[in-house]
Design a protein around this ligand. Structure first.
Ligand code: SAH
Ligand code: SF4
Length: 377
């Protein structure tokens, strides 16, 4: 079995090249071929000596994940389902907007946290993805989109680790993947445009601050421990106060001067005015003048096994107004790609479920209008 070069950040690739008796700077050339040019064939790499190309062919490969399916939504959102072996699949979603192109990336097959409102959580945990499997999602999507749009310019300007899985429970594989996203010889994304979303693995938030401080989103979903315990089971291990203290510490290292709190609006569960008032009190209690944060209210995307319902729009607006009136920046997330089950928390990775989506896709195929444009920044 030869090494998949998508497994390495630049430092790792330099070590690999040294192992082949090559100078470290060769790694930079190779790295740029892979990530900036999307090359997977060593013979394409015309500025590498033939002898090196031959050595690479016998010791390494560059492999994407097999694509099980690709669905394109009416709104231009694209969802890919990738096969990661043993009957497991993970999903990535590309979300085009006027001023950016965001890729939502998975970190695990399934998830061990088991949040009540999350379809991935209901599926249970299969396994961690390796660095190569995390990066293969970006590598494939970026170069697919460039070919599709016939552009040499970068299409994906933002990455959010908000697909399947809890990224901070797959820390060792996550960090090199983030480094490749940030590397000027890789994808060259700024730290502000790479977001790790976590359900609150407190010790790993501290490590992330040291090892690779990118933008942080914390899935809060409840203003008190009793309610959060029932929605996000990890709260029993790392309760809200500890989590918010970790957020405070993270701010000293963060590329943005706020933490984003995600809050999934569940009908009759966490969407009452009283909950909004408790949130304000909570935020004001932390930090010197209150914790610097933004709230992103997510309309719940229902799935049958959850037994939960989406809060009515008026209630979401009323909730947002209470936070806004207290001076807390609050946005309501637009749902994107829900016609292809690509919206938050709908990622299931269960290949058996796909028939329904595929039927719908067949109807839609004639209307495959993709409104995506390359973004430069
Ligand atoms: N495990 C990480 C990242 C993946 S989930 C985390 O929990 O943060 C990404 C976001 O989608 C989280 O904020 C999560 O709470 C939200 N989400 C999960 N299921 C959802 C659903 N059914 N509807 C809306 N948002 C959901
Ligand atoms: Fe895991 Fe995040 Fe889903 Fe919770 S919301 S089960 S942490 S993927």
């Amino acid at each position: 079995m030869t090494a998949n070069l998508l497994e390495f950040d630049l430092e790792g690739l330099a070590v690999f090249c040294e192992g082949l008796g090559e100078k470290r700077f060769r790694a930079t050339q190779l790295f740029r071929w892979i990530h900036q040019r999307g090359a997977s064939d060593f013979d394409q790499m015309s500025d590498l000596a033939k002898s090196l190309r031959e050595k690479l062919k016998s010791t390494a490969h560059i492999a994407a994940l097999p694509v099980v399916s690709q669905h394109i939504s009416q709104d231009g959102t694209i969802k890919w389902l990738f096969d990661v072996g043993d009957g497991n699949a993970v999903e990535s979603v590309f979300i085009p907007e006027d001023d950016r192109g965001t890729l939502c990336v998975s970190s695990q097959a399934g998830c061990a946290v088991g949040c009540r409102f999350c379809s991935t959580g209901h599926q249970g945990f299969s396994r961690n993805l390796g660095t190569a499997e995390i990066l293969a999602q970006l590598w494939f999507a970026e170069h697919f989109l460039r070919r599709h749009l016939q552009t040499d310019e970068r299409v994906i300007s933002n990455v959010v680790m908000m697909g399947m899985g809890e990224p901070l429970q797959n820390y060792t594989a996550l960090i090199p993947a983030l480094k490749v996203m940030l590397d000027d010889h890789g994808y060259g994304l700024s730290r502000r445009r790479v977001t790790v979303s976590t359900s609150g693995v407190v010790p790993m938030i501290d490590r992330l601050a040291q090892d690779c401080p990118v933008a942080l989103a914390v899935s809060l979903h409840a203003p008190n421990d009793a309610l959060r315990d029932s929605l996000v089971p990890l709260n029993r291990k790392y309760p809200i106060d500890e989590l918010l203290q970790a957020c405070e510490r993270y701010l000293a290292h963060a590329p943005r001067d706020f933490i984003t709190f995600e809050y999934c609006m569940l009908d009759g569960v966490n969407d009452q005015p009283e909950h909004a008032r408790q949130l304000i009190e909570l935020v004001q209690r932390h930090g010197r003048q209150g914790l610097r944060c933004k709230f992103n209210l997510i309309p719940f995307n229902p799935f049958p096994a959850s037994g939960l319902l989406r809060s009515p729009q008026a209630r979401v607006q009323a909730f947002a107004k209470i936070l806004l009136d207290a001076g807390i920046v609050t946005t309501v997330r637009k749902t994107r790609g829900d016609d292809i089950d690509a919206a938050c928390g709908q990622l299931a990775g269960d290949v058996k479920d796909r028939t329904r989506v595929q039927e719908r896709m067949a109807q839609q195929r004639s209307a495959e209008i993709i409104r995506i444009r390359p973004v430069s920044n």
